[in-house]
Write a new protein. Structure first.
Length: 111
């Protein structure tokens, strides 16, 4: 099975490479209901051959920068999601947040 997974990655990467090499900016975002569909979009970008780190960036820091919103800097709104493991290494972590902080206040904490 490992060899078929490797060949699947090789088959997927060329689909993503030409737009990326042309400088196309890809951002993820959703206004679908019920809310929470962004995980599906991030997974779809990764399945299309985008590196997991880049797929996550498309839904977070790259999207904030595109909208002209500050990143992690003094005085910026403190919105954050906390995970047990690094979601850049395992996108499945996105489905299991430990805590959510909105404007500096915890709004959800898994106990």
């Amino acid at each position: 099975m490992a060899s078929s997974g490797s060949s699947a990655v090789r088959r997927r990467t060329p689909r993503w490479s030409p737009p990326r090499e042309a400088g196309v900016r890809v951002l993820a975002g959703t206004d679908s209901l019920p809310h929470g569909g962004i995980l599906t979009e991030v997974r779809a970008l990764a399945a299309a051959g985008m590196r997991p780190h880049d797929a996550l960036a498309a839904a977070s820091w790259d999207a904030r920068a595109y909208l002209g919103l500050p990143g992690l800097e003094p005085g910026a709104p403190a919105d954050a999601v906390v995970y047990a493991e690094d979601p850049r290494a395992d996108l499945d972590q996105l489905a299991h947040p430990i805590a959510v902080v909105l404007r500096g206040r915890p709004v959800r904490v898994r106990r």
